[in-house]
Design a binder for this molecule. Structure first.
Ligand code: SF4
Length: 540
């Protein structure tokens, strides 16, 4: 039997390869980035992962294009995986939700990594709601072994029920390691187009039929859920019932011995849920057997809220809605301990060792620092100006010593927001965006600006990489940016390519000032390679 010590992200990638993946597609985003990085490593070295067939593993412009590429691979009868962070699913929501209505051909698995605690995200939304919204099955592994096993199973389920299947993980599982027992790799699907000629054409008359069929599948999926090994019910003490999901199972187990000691050995009745739609019968059985139920889940109170509609309101249901589990942030063994009514683990206190806070900073020598210095000087003479920005390392331009940017909302918003502000009279308006984010979802906003001749200036900080997630390559090389900008109709006189370096400071300030003074859409590209990308490229 073969074993490997794998991160959750790697376990998913290897599971996909052993399920005979043909196409992996992604846009980088913490904590899901390592899925594609590991897939790419396995694609380069088939001996390492034991793939039975070659497969593609590609970064894409954004999560929507990644999802649509995976959907195309599924249309061709091949197995495909698309991975993203939770906010990326918002970008891919259109194809994701609609793909539940086509007849999935080759297995399609969408892995979404949520980030409770917002370690590297702008919100902590819970993707289980979106799986439910799309009416597709969702699997939530409790450890790295399940991450591997569930990925393999997700492809089977996807083909059996002709639906995309979501795997939802969270940061701690994505980035921690444990030993995983491996299975033999499976042979790949041949290229085979779907049988029904209209099954992928979502015109209203077809979509109505497909929606009806999708609703009809829900009963079958609930049956899968009731019987699934990841949804297990162990009845014990009748006083308190516990429901755990995903990684919360480990936190519960970690505290169980102390709980038993504190309660004279009375083991709570326990239902663990790792497959959705929720197993209603098992939930009712637990509820019937206990005086009260505590729900321990990471993310939103997804189960807790639905529970209140599923069972008679005669008994107490505790969890996030009642304050036993915090609404915000990650779960931890200590939080679960407190919710179980156990005293704090005194021996583990590290209060005296709290390190001094250290605000995040740009790397020493980062080109963005020089770009912000030039921008700040260029706008200094204006009493009222606005600098919108975006998501990347340059978001740190909001902090001292730069204090250069005023907004960060979602990928690509810098250009759209600058455009809106300029259209209603704010002047001058600057949007600051990285090259990778520009291709992700800034480009279409710039097309709007060109179309409406909006008076604004876009600074594209071109470091030829997605720096924040570990220096993945930007979808197009720097040399191809200028032709793209010309191609969408920007006046070539107002596309300026300059070097983001302190030695060029005075010249750069003058260039930005000149474009601020010009009445129309303009772009200044500040080019210099990310220090981290440079280090990575130089590694043997
Ligand atoms: S990773 Fe690159 S872009 Fe990000 S702060 Fe460091 S040098 Fe700058």
């Amino acid at each position: 039997m073969a074993f490997e010590t794998l991160m959750g992200d790697e376990a998913i990638a290897l599971g996909a390869v052993h399920a005979c993946l043909s196409g992996g597609f992604a846009y980088p985003g913490t904590p899901s980035t390592e899925i594609m990085e590991y897939l790419q490593e396995l694609a380069r070295r088939p001996d390492r992962g034991g793939a039975l067939q070659p497969f593609v593993a590609q970064w894409c412009s954004n999560e929507k294009t990644a999802y649509e590429s995976a959907l195309g691979a599924s249309f061709a009868g091949k197995r495909a995986l698309v991975s993203m962070k939770h906010v990326g699913l918002n970008v891919a929501a259109d194809p994701f939700i609609n793909s539940a209505l086509v007849k999935i051909n080759g297995g399609l698995v969408v892995v979404v990594a949520d980030d409770p605690g917002m370690h590297s995200s702008q919100d902590e939304q819970d993707s289980r709601w979106l799986a439910d919204f799309a009416r597709v099955p969702c699997m939530e592994p409790a450890d790295q072994q399940e991450a591997y096993d569930m990925t393999i199973e997700a492809f089977e389920l996807s083909e059996r029920y002709e639906l995309p299947v979501m795997i939802r993980i969270t940061t701690r599982l994505a980035h921690s390691r444990s030993v995983v027992t491996l299975k033999p790799a499976r042979a790949g699907n041949p290229v085979r187009k779907p049988g029904g000629s209209m099954d992928w054409i979502l015109m209203p008359s077809v979509a109505r039929v497909r929606w009806h069929e999708l609703l009809g599948k829900q009963e079958k999926l609930r049956g899968v859920s009731e019987a699934h090994a990841a949804n297990f019910l162990v009845l014990g003490d009748t006083k308190r019932g516990i429901i755990t999901t995903g990684l919360a199972l480990q936190y519960y187990k970690e505290n169980l011995d102390d709980y038993l000691e504190a309660h004279g050995g009375a083991k709570p009745s326990h239902l663990h849920i790792g497959f959705y739609p929720m197993p209603g019968d098992k939930i009712r059985a637990l509820y019937a057997a206990c005086d009260e139920v505590l729900v321990i889940e990471e993310g939103y109170p997804y189960i807790e809220r639905q529970l209140r509609g599923l069972v008679a309101p005669a008994k107490t249901i505790r969890g996030k809605e009642t304050g036993e589990i915090p609404y915000e942030g990650e779960l931890s063994p200590d939080i679960v301990r407190k919710a179980l009514g156990l005293p704090a683990n005194q021996g583990l206190s590290v209060r005296e060792l709290v390190p001094p806070t250290r605000p995040p900073q740009l790397c020493m020598g980062c080109p963005h620092a020089d770009s912000f210095s030039a921008l700040n000087e260029a706008v200094a003479g204006y009493a009222l100006h606005a600098v919108t920005s975006d998501i990347g390392c340059y978001t740190l331009g909001a902090l001292p010593p730069y204090n250069a940017i005023e907004t960060t909302v979602d990928m690509g918003a810098s250009i759209g927001m600058a455009r809106g502000a300029a259209e209603v009279g704010l002047k001058p308006v600057v949007a600051v965006i990285g090259d990778s984010t520009f291709y992700h979802s800034g480009l279409t906003n710039l097309i709007d600006a060109v179309s409406h001749n909006t008076n604004m200036t876009v600074l594209i900080l071109d470091n030829e990489t997605t720096g924040m997630t570990g220096a993945q390559p930007t979808i197009l090389a720097s040399s191809r940016l200028e032709p793209v900008l010309k191609g969408i109709g920007l006046d070539p006189e107002h596309i300026k390519i300059i070097r983001a370096h302190r030695n060029e400071h005075d010249k750069n300030v003058a260039v930005i000032k000149a474009e601020l003074a010009w009445e129309g859409p303009s772009v200044v590209v500040l080019v210099r390679e990310c220090i981290e990308a440079l280090k990575k490229a130089r590694k043997p």
